[in-house]
Design a protein around this ligand. Structure first.
Ligand code: NIG
Ligand code: FE
Length: 418
């Protein structure tokens, strides 16, 4: 039994039932001041005031060993969840930053064979072991920042064998690393050089060869497409995501990142689980997402790193779209594992409140990867993933910015950072 004792504040995120939070609900954190938590067999068994938790331990420990972790003066939250990363790839692209500072555009670099395609070259060359080692270091950094679950996309193989290689790495890491992984197939991330100028033929390969193979191997739960002018059109994205659906892969979309192109509308039409980026989503697209309950996964770190204005989070929240946040961890547009810094950016660049931000990185993020019945809140019966932050209250996390305030992390009831 583990007893988290005397926390200054617990943000439980409890009581929301099985729906993501929308509108004003996003600011309701289920706060407990001077709280305690009891964990047994990897699950939360009691959450309440400090006094109640102490009594629970007295009555239920029955001579079992109890590990007491004092959270005096500190804030406890659910383990943070990152619902959008490109975790598994080889190498890095720091030289592109210099090019972009000199005026090169992200898509121009891609169209000249760099960007995603240069990472694809490195990833194709890399062995599974090398990819494992690189991704494991990234996961270690996520965990050190309080992130206990991460979605991971393929999309740097862009041919069957290498897409499968990336997805196998994610599966193997999930088995050995404390951070839990949820896999997404993103074969339609860019058009590889061997199909240059022949996007339609590549789309056929994704649909006829890759999706069936990925689904048969049980290597992914979701299918994602980079739906963007100059990459994959709305029509191509629709075809790919419908094929994914037929094979049991739930749709997600990189939508309206660089220009407004009907991505949000497509996400609503397909009943996608989430539409991500949305810097240029139309008002109509946002309205339709709200109607269909499509989660907006916003990536303010990507906007920051590409020096672009961020998504209009306030309009989305006002329209009733459930909002989640993510790092978008990738080597080109967002090379960071610090979800807490992304949370800072969400406040400071998109005017989300500290309470909305915490909901977006816990409960709503859990919904964006279909895991809300197990994680995303501190409630009896859920998996015991939590973070103790060196902060007197949750607002402080967005105030003392750009430093890592993570003190202790528990994953499935096990202390993994202390
Ligand atoms: O989400 N937009 C497309 N994909 C990634 C970037 C990948 C890369 O540059 O390597 C993104 O920003
Ligand atoms: Fe992305």
């Amino acid at each position: 039994m583990i007893h988290i004792d005397g926390a200054a504040q617990i943000a439980t995120l409890g009581g929301a039932g099985m729906k993501p939070k929308i509108g004003r609900e996003m600011a309701e954190l289920g706060l407990i001041e001077d709280g305690g938590i009891v964990i047994e067999d990897g699950k939360f068994v009691f959450v309440g005031s400090s006094g109640e938790a102490r009594r629970y331990v007295e009555q239920h420990s029955g001579g079992k060993p109890v590990t007491v972790l004092s959270a005096a003066g500190k804030t406890v939250t659910p383990g943070l969840i990152d619902p959008h990363t490109h975790l598994v790839f080889a190498g890095s692209r720091e030289f592109e930053l210099t090019l972009r500072l000199q005026g090169a555009k992200y898509l121009d670099i891609l169209q000249a064979g760099g960007g995603i395609l240069s990472t694809t070259e490195r990833t194709r060359e890399a062995s599974e072991e090398q990819l494992m080692a690189e991704a494991e270091r990234r996961l270690d950094r996520f965990l050190a920042h309080g992130v206990t679950t991460v979605e991971a996309k393929s999309g740097y193989g862009l041919r069957l064998a290498d897409e499968l290689k990336q997805l196998r790495v994610a599966r193997r890491l999930n088995a050995v690393h404390p951070v839990e992984l949820v896999s997404t197939f993103m074969g339609a991330h860019a058009v590889p050089p061997e199909y240059k100028g022949n996007t339609d033929a590549f789309v056929r390969t994704v649909i006829e060869e890759m999706i069936p193979a990925v689904a048969r191997a049980g290597l992914a739960e979701y299918c994602d497409v980079f739906c963007e002018k100059g990459v994959f059109t709305v029509e191509q994205s629709r075809e790919i995501l419908m094929a994914g659906k037929r094979w049991g892969l739930k749709p997600k979309l990189h939508a309206d990142e660089l220009v407004s192109g009907g991505g949000a509308e497509l996400a609503a039409e397909l009943g996608a689980v989430s539409a991500d980026h949305l810097l240029h989503a139309s008002a109509e697209g946002i309205r339709r997402m709200a109607l269909k309950g499509v989660i907006a996964v916003l990536l303010p770190g990507t906007a920051f790193f590409l020096m672009a204005p961020p998504a209009d989070a306030r309009s989305m929240i006002d329209a009733g779209v459930p909002v989640a946040l993510s790092t978008d961890r990738n080597p080109g547009s967002s090379p960071t594992e610090s979800l807490p810094f992304i949370m800072n950016l969400a406040c400071l660049t998109m005017k989300m409140t500290p309470a909305e931000v915490l909901t977006a990185c816990t409960l709503n993020a859990a919904h964006a990867i279909g895991r809300a019945s197990d994680i995303g809140s501190i409630e009896a019966g859920k998996q015991a993933d939590l973070v103790i932050f060196d902060a007197p209250n949750y607002q402080y996390l967005q105030y003392h910015y750009a430093v890592n305030l993570t003190d202790t992390v528990l994953k499935k009831g096990r202390v993994v950072i202390h």
